[in-house]
Design a binder for this molecule. Sequence first.
Ligand code: PMV
Length: 338
Amino acid sequence: MSKATVIAPSNIAFIKYWGARDLERVLPTNPSISMTLTRCVSHTTAELLDEGGADEIFLAGDDGTLTSAPASFAHRIQAHLERLRAWAGRREGLRIATRNSFPASAGIASSASGFAALTLAVVRAFGETPTPAELSNLARRSGSGSASRSVLGGFVEWPARPIGEELTEEHAHAVPLAPADHWDLRDVIALIETGPKDVSSLDGHRRAPTSPYFEHRLTLLPERLERVRTAIRERDFDTLGETVEEEAIDLHLIAMSSKPPIFYWAPGTLTVLEAVRELRAEGVPAASTLDAGANVHVICPPSSEARVVERLTAIPAVHRVIRDRVGPGPADSEDHLL
Ligand code: PMV
């Protein structure tokens, strides 16, 4: 019985994927840039069953128990298993078990790590060795575009194609910008809400073009992307931090002005954003960013981390703080969940 286990990390976007030119094929409107994390991971085992066998999808508990995945979740996984089988020319059913090290659907990209881990585990169980570009493209086709970045480590851009230029499948994968050891950056995540969000990022992408600010952001992005690429190359935290905050606010500006509008923020979100501004005023380099949720990721150099953790932990609206950092990407594991 062939089985494989992979641990794949989440990632945090500095420049966001928000809006698609083709949502069905997961072709984004604009390039995004992210940092792959270390501690926020999905741990997934894929086991081959008989040819034509029905797929079985389980959520694994920390104590080793397995429960059948809820239908909505299993449905997305199953659709991806079909894609992976078609790609590999295989017919076997698959037994899947997966768990996250962090709360799912809470603005920490669980679909990015989840679909990166699933793609890799299944491909390994099939005994296939795709190129990094093929792997990224396979993860992208899961429906979670950000998963295409999580198969790579360090600092990543997806896709390496200017806005407005034709984007074919061939160029729709993510590419590495710099390895994890190029720049030790930390991500202190303030968990304000841990339940599932009301509006999925899929719906967010769908609604984004209805915002009057959507097109305007696209005109700003070429320069903003270049600023982030240069800041990473030169390890220039001030420029990175300023740009990352600008970009996160734009994402939420677009969400809030979409039709119908989407409000991801909670009152605690504003408290954390203010605390980070105060820290900066006190001379502690740190910058906030948010995905499609209320939680705030505070990006900072190692020298700021302890002060950031201390300040965020003292905020009553913050349930918990996760200390994460840039990392090398997914890894195979012998710690099988099945
Ligand atoms: O990959 P998706 O479809 O879950 O979309 C991700 C959207 C953001 O997290 C808000 C931005 C990003 O680039 O990760």
